[in-house]
Design a protein around this ligand. Structure first.
Ligand code: SF4
Length: 182
């Protein structure tokens, strides 16, 4: 993970994200070549978490969204962008802005969350931004990491309770649809 996009300008039209770091080219955070954004701050405290340094909501650094978009625009080979953390759903406004910008560029969006999809739907009642963000996602990996359910053979997720959800199909059918794995 690198943090070379650290930038001190606090006045940016697209707002800011509390960031742990980014991976500019990843093939392990979703399908195809992806830009992965690891936000800072997570409330779940899963035992065996792979990224404990991202838990502190005061940690990391504030990064202008524009700076992240500039880094994404620098790579024409990307298939999509992945939101990870930390807990992206704790910063829904910033990720909604990034999601809208990615859609303008034809990039697909994958999001990791420690909440279940059903918990997120419940949260949309008081936090409509989460609903808006969900409406722009192509893939969602949901649920906390559960050490007892850990399985290294799973595609793009760490424990068996987590689901790799096809959000386009889920919206189409009104029922949670999983990505078909070959
Ligand atoms: S949700 Fe993810 S980042 Fe947060 S504690 Fe669990 S495994 Fe770690």
């Amino acid at each position: 993970m690198d943090n070379v996009i650290k930038y001190e300008n606090q006045n940016d039209d697209l707002g800011e994200l509390r960031l742990a770091g980014v991976v500019r080219e990843s093939i392990v955070d979703g399908p195809g070549l992806r830009f992965a954004i690891f936000c800072q701050g997570c409330p779940h405290d899963c035992e065996g978490c792979h990224n404990p340094k991202t838990h502190d909501f005061e940690g990391g650094y504030m990064c202008p969204v524009q700076r992240i978009m500039d880094a994404i625009d620098a790579n024409p080979l990307l298939a999509g962008v992945t939101f990870s953390g930390g807990e992206p759903m704790c910063q829904p406004e910033a990720f909604l802005t990034i999601a809208k910008e990615c859609k303008k560029r034809g990039l697909n969006i994958m999001c990791y969350t420690g909440y279940t999809y059903e918990e997120l739907l419940e949260m949309t009642k008081t936090q409509p931004t989460i609903g808006e963000l969900l409406s722009l996602l192509d893939y969602l990996v949901d649920g906390r990491f559960v050490l007892a359910e850990r399985d290294l053979s799973l595609l793009f997720r760490g424990s068996r309770n987590q689901r790799y959800i096809d959000m386009n199909k889920t919206r189409e059918t009104g029922e949670v649809a999983l990505v078909k794995e070959d």
